[in-house]
Structures are given as structure tokens and as C-alpha cells.
Design a binder for this molecule. Structure first.
Ligand code: NAD
Length: 494
């Protein structure tokens, strides 16, 4: 059966080319045939979105009323958690335990944003003249383009839809081609939760065609993007030309650091989780590891041991740690990086193999890989591989460590493993990244703002401020004086 797209509250077969959703653990399994949006569908969705957010009933809706829809969305997501998690695993091959986590995180996000929305106060600013009251209020921007990647769907999508809609906007969502099924299911949930028709469209299709048409449309007033740095840079150019704002959540090459006094067992387990969970397909994957030379050998041996004992397997099987990569093309790209590392003088300590026998024969499985012997300047240490590949480097002193850790165009996240919290604090402050984990990794809280330094992004999602990113601020002056304006009053500008 052909999957329909969701255009402003209407389900229809999109008039664009057909694409397939394929199960990455077995590329012979086609989950669904998906219709994609044509340029006419894009135009229709955006025109209706523009009408819908301007609709007086939505424009005058109060934050607590919009919050009610999001509370319902959260309940519906939670009630269907197992089913949604299975669907996502079919789409992108992540193990069920991980996709369940993403589904529950989406529910938590919707609930948190609802609470933030209904409890957000507007501001009476400090009074500067007796005859004028000043206030600052937040208003929607209009039609928002939400563009998402395939690696953490539903969580990334709700992270954009919830604050954008809570703030009173309309949203056109363009999910990654590979994970469109879960995005379409999300549309059904918003529909069931009572979101007025027209405010949400889910337009499946290629980024360079459908995504590009959405972001370039004159009625689109904000681009909220999560994906690769090159795509983000391209979208920033488009936004600059249109003079609209962007939120860009981009790539990373995150350093993790083991200090000489660290709890080595805790550190090595956390590091293996930080790089090999999601088969390394995570923006925040801790893919560059720096170990103090005094404990280098010991840590490396323990890491190899932990890695050897990870279960690579079918994502629907309980106990699988590492599932398949998203596609055969991505598998080839990860392997190319490992071959490049060898050419650059690196030594593959473990892994470095495409699995093609037995249960793995039709999937895109890559063994968790640890590489040593490279300098931080190597291409493999500088570029985002987005796979289960860890490069390990020794360091001698903190000065040298900081130079190397910060020597990256990216600045998304970092991890520090030490028992010395004074040192951890100093390092956390000195690292040029948007998130630092100390003695843990890849833990997320919706209340903590998330985003990148440098080429890892612009703007922040999550936290109470995440909602404001989808608003524009208006100042209102209320005159209290019954006299007309006085041309020579020195207090006209205070
Ligand atoms: P991608 O940039 O190829 O695609 C992301 C989305 O952009 C997809 O929906 C794609 O169709 C769309 N797109 C592509 N070209 C477009 C265009 N010209 N106009 C409009 N839309 C377009 O990224 P990907 O391969 O799907 O995801 C992996 C990347 O995402 C990695 O670099 C990863 O680090 C990054 N990522 C970042 C975060 C974060 O929060 N910082 C989170 C997850 C993933």
C-alpha cells in the first residue's frame, strides 16, 4: 500500500516520485512505499499553513489552551510507545531499547514544553518615566520549516514541533527520507490530540527537492534544522538571503578525556556507550578519546575488552548493543574512513570489518572499531564519520590536551572522566563545546539547553528558552499622560 503524505490536515498521495522505506537490518525487507510531495503539494501546504496560523481562533488561543494539545500528544505517544518504537526500528535499524528511549523522550519533551508554555510570563519592563508603562511580549513568527535527520526521529521532530506550535506558529515538517514513517505517525497523533487542521504538514521527500522548496518559500519565516554541517551551511545562506532566523543543530567530533585519577572502569564503560550505542550514528558520539599517557595502556586494553563483548545483532532482538548502519551507502562510507585511517598510519586495534555472513548478510553491519596511532590532525580525527569508530590518542599534559581537544571545526559536546571535580570544572569551562558531560555521557535532560559551538550549530533547543526561539519579541509602550507629546521633553528617551 502506498503511504500518503499529510498536507495541512488532509491525507493524500503526494504527487512527487515514490520512495521506499527499507529495514537496515535486512535490505530485502521493504517496510512501505512512500509517496512524496510535489512542488504543488509544498505550495498548498505552505499557503494553508499561512492561513491557519493567522486564523483568529488560533491567533487568540491562550498558551494554556495550546499546552492542552501538547499534554494530549504526550499521553498518546506514551500510550503507543512500543508500537512507535518498533516502527522506528524498522525505519532506521536502531535497537528497540534505543528507539523506546527516543519515543519516551518525545513524550517528555511535549509535556515539558506544554508546562513551559502555559507558565511562561510576559514582562513588564522597568519603568523609566512616570507617564509610560513598557512591556515586552512574545509573538509567533508564522510558518516554520522543521527539517530533521534520520538518526533520532520522533525525539528530534517533537523537539521542533512542540515549541513551534506552543508558540502559536504553523509547521511544515520535512523528515529524512529514511525515517518518514515515524513522522507520518506523529502527524496522526497531533491530529488525534486536536491540533486544528492546517497548522501541521508532513511532507515526505528528498531534501534537495522538497526541503529546498520549503525553506526557499517566501512565506516560511524560520528554519529549524537538524542535520549535517554542510546542509546547515547551505540553509543558513538561504535564510540570510531571506533575512529570516535559523536554529541549526549540526555535526560533531566530540572529544572525551580520561584524566589520570579517573575511575577507569566507569570511564571505559561510559566511553564505549558514548561511541558505540546507535552504532555511532549520533551527533554527540564521543568519537575522539584522549587518555593520559600514564594510564593509556591500561585504559586501551579495558576498552578493547569491553568492545569485544558488545553484542552486534538484530535490532529487534533483546540484548543487542550495536545494530546496523542506516544504509549500504553509509556502511561503505564508514569503511572508507577506516581504510583512510590505515593509510594515515593508524592501527586498527579491534573492528574495522563489514559483517556479511549469516544473519548479517543482508544488513549493513559494521564492527565497533578502535583506532590508535593517529595524530589529531589526521583526517579521520577531524571529520565526522557518523559510525562506530573511535580514535584514541594519548596526551601528556593538560595544556597539550586542551589544544588538541579544541582543535576541531566542531564544538558539540565533550566528556570528562575524573574524580577531581575542581579540575573537571576548569576543563569544562575551557572546552569549546555546547554540552559537557562529567563522569557520564549521552545523558539528556529536556530542561538543559542543547546546541553547538563553532560549526556544530547556531541557537539552542530544549530548556524554557527553547520555546522563545520560535517567537519574535514585541515592545509595547502605554502612555499614562493625558497631555499630548511634548516636543522638548528631555525624558522622551530614557
Ligand atoms: P543531512 O544534512 O543529509 O539531512 C538532514 C535533513 O536535511 C534531511 O531531512 C534531508 O532530507 C534534509 N536536506 C538535505 N538537503 C536539503 C536541502 N538542500 N534543503 C532542505 N533540506 C535538506 O543529515 P543526515 O545525514 O540526515 O543526518 C546526519 C547528520 O545530522 C550528522 O552530521 C549529525 O551529526 C547531524 N545531527 C545533528 C544533531 C544535533 O542535534 N546537533 C542531531 C542529530 C543529527
Amino acid at each position: 500500500m502506498i503511504k500518503e503524505i499529510y498536507v495541512a490536515g488532509e491525507w493524500r498521495v503526494g504527487k512527487g516520485n515514490m520512495i521506499e522505506s527499507i529495514f537496515p537490518a535486512d535490505h530485502r525487507i521493504v517496510n512501505a512505499q512512500l509517496s512524496t510531495a510535489s512542488l504543488d503539494d509544498v505550495e498548498d501546504a505552505i499557503q494553508k499553513a499561512e492561513q491557519s496560523w493567522r486564523e483568529p481562533s488560533w491567533r487568540s488561543s491562550l498558551p494554556f489552551q495550546r499546552a492542552k494539545i501538547l499534554y494530549k500528544v504526550a499521553d498518546l505517544i506514551e500510550a503507543r510507545a512500543d508500537e512507535l518504537s518498533r516502527l522506528q526500528t524498522r525505519d532506521n535499524g536502531k535497537p528497540l531499547a534505543e528507539t523506546k528511549g527516543l519515543v519516551l523522550s518525545a513524550a517528555a519533551t511535549a509535556r515539558y514544553v506544554a508546562a513551559a508554555c502555559e507558565s511562561m510570563d510576559e514582562e513588564l519592563t522597568s519603568q523609566r518615566a512616570n507617564d509610560v508603562l513598557t512591556m515586552s511580549i512574545h509573538e509567533p513568527v508564522g510558518v516554520v520549516a522543521a527539517i530533521t535527520p534520520w538518526n533520532s526521529p520522533i525525539a528530534s521532530e517533537v523537539q521542533k514541533l512542540a515549541p513551534a506550535l506552543a508558540a502559536g506558529n504553523a509547521v511544515i515538517l520535512k523528515p529524512a527520507e529514511a525515517t518518514s514513517l515515524i513522522a507520518l505517525e506523529l502527524a496522526k497523533i497531533f491530529e488525534e490530540a486536536g491540533l486544528p487542521k492546517g497548522l501541521l504538514s508532513v511532507l515526505v521527500g528528498k531534501g534537495s527537492v522538497v526541503g529546498e522548496a520549503i525553506v526557499k518559500h517566501p512565506l516560511v519565516k524560520k528554519i529549524s534544522f537538524t542535520g549535517g554541517t554542510n546542509t546547515g551551511r547551505h540553509l543558513a545562506h538561504i535564510a540570510a538571503e531571506k533575512l529570516i532566523t535559523t536554529s541549526l543543530e549540526l555535526g560533531g567530533k566530540s572529544p572525551t578525556i580520561i584524566l589520570p585519577d579517573a575511575d577507569i572502569e566507569l570511564a571505559c564503560k561510559g566511553i564505549a556507550y558514548g561511541i558505540f550505542s546507535s552504532a555511532g550514528q549520533a551527533c554527540i558520539a564521543g568519537s575522539r578519546l584522549f587518555i593520559h599517557r600514564s594510564i593509556y595502556k591500561q585504559c586501551l586494553e579495558r576498552l578493547i575488552d569491553i568492545t569485544q563483548n558488545l553484542t552486534i545483532g538484530h535490532p529487534e532482538q533483546a540484548g543487542t548493543h550495536v545494530g546496523p548502519l542506516i544504509s549500504q551507502a553509509h556502511l561503505a562510507s564508514v569503511d572508507r574512513y577506516v581504510q583512510l585511517a590505515i593509510q594515515e598510519g593508524g592501527k586498527v586495534e579491534i573492528g574495522g570489518q563489514i559483517l556479511s555472513d549469516g544473519d548479517f548478510s543482508n544488513g549493513s553491519f559494521y564492527t565497533p572499531t578502535i583506532i590508535t596511532g593517529l595524530s589529531n590532525q589526521a583526517q579521520t580525527c577531524q571529520e565526522e564519520i557518523f559510525g562506530p569508530v573511535l580514535v584514541v590518542l594519548p596526551y601528556d599534559n593538560e595544556q597539550d590536551l586542551l589544544v588538541q581537544a579544541n582543535d576541531s571545526c566542531y564544538g558539540l559536546a565533550a566528556g570528562i572522566w575524573t574524580e577531581n571535580y575542581r579540575k573537571a570544572w576548569q576543563l569544562a569551562k575551557a572546552l569549546e563545546v555546547g554540552t559537557v558531560w562529567i563522569n557520564t555521557y549521552k545523558k539528556f535532560s529536556i530542561s538543559a539547553p542543547f546546541g553547538g559551538y563553532k560549526e556544530s550549530g547556531i541557537g539552542r533547543e530544549k530548556g524554557r528558552q527553547g520555546l522563545l526561539a520560535y517567537t519574535q519579541q514585541k515592545s509595547i509602550y502605554i502612555g499614562l499622560n493625558e497631555q499630548p507629546n511634548n516636543w522638548s521633553d528631555p525624558f522622551n528617551r530614557v
